[in-house]
Design a protein. Structure first.
Length: 145
């Protein structure tokens, strides 16, 4: 990833950077562990400092222990010291782009309330939305005050 690439949040990401995030998510998807659903998902998380992390879904026989690709990518960045999320790309094989689940939206919101979310298919369909569009009334730190 280019460290000097600019991300406009929440208006979108530059086309080149968006394509790089989608490519990273597409590559991560190939590593998915999905023996139960067969639904392989890849994600890429871009943090404020320019670092990116890929992640794939990791299923478990105890379905509550399953981790979505978005969570794996974001948690990898957090484990490396990143805290401010700028964008997340999600890639799956489907007829149209699939958006993050509710739990993933909460995880994205925790580290990137203004983040851009890019949903794409392996065949190249792409849609973008801001976190404020996807989760307009989130549960956040202010609810705990």
């Amino acid at each position: 990833m280019a460290e000097n690439a600019e991300v406009e949040v929440p208006k979108g990401v530059g086309e080149t950077l968006r394509d790089q995030l989608i490519d990273l998510a597409r590559e991560a998807r190939l590593k998915a562990y999905a023996p139960y659903s067969g639904f392989r998902v890849g994600a890429a998380a871009l943090f404020e400092d320019g670092r990116t992390y890929g992640g794939c879904n990791v299923e478990n026989a105890s379905s509550g222990a399953t981790r979505c690709a978005e969570q794996v990518a974001i948690c990898s960045g957090v484990a490396a010291g990143c805290r401010r999320l700028r964008a997340v790309a999600v890639v799956c094989e489907s007829d149209s782009p699939v958006w993050p689940c509710g739990i993933c939206l909460q995880v994205i919101r925790e580290f990137g309330p203004d983040a851009m979310v890019i949903a794409a298919t392996v065949d190249g369909a792409v849609e973008e939305a801001s976190m404020r569009e996807l989760l307009p009334r989130p549960f956040g730190p202010s609810a705990l005050a």
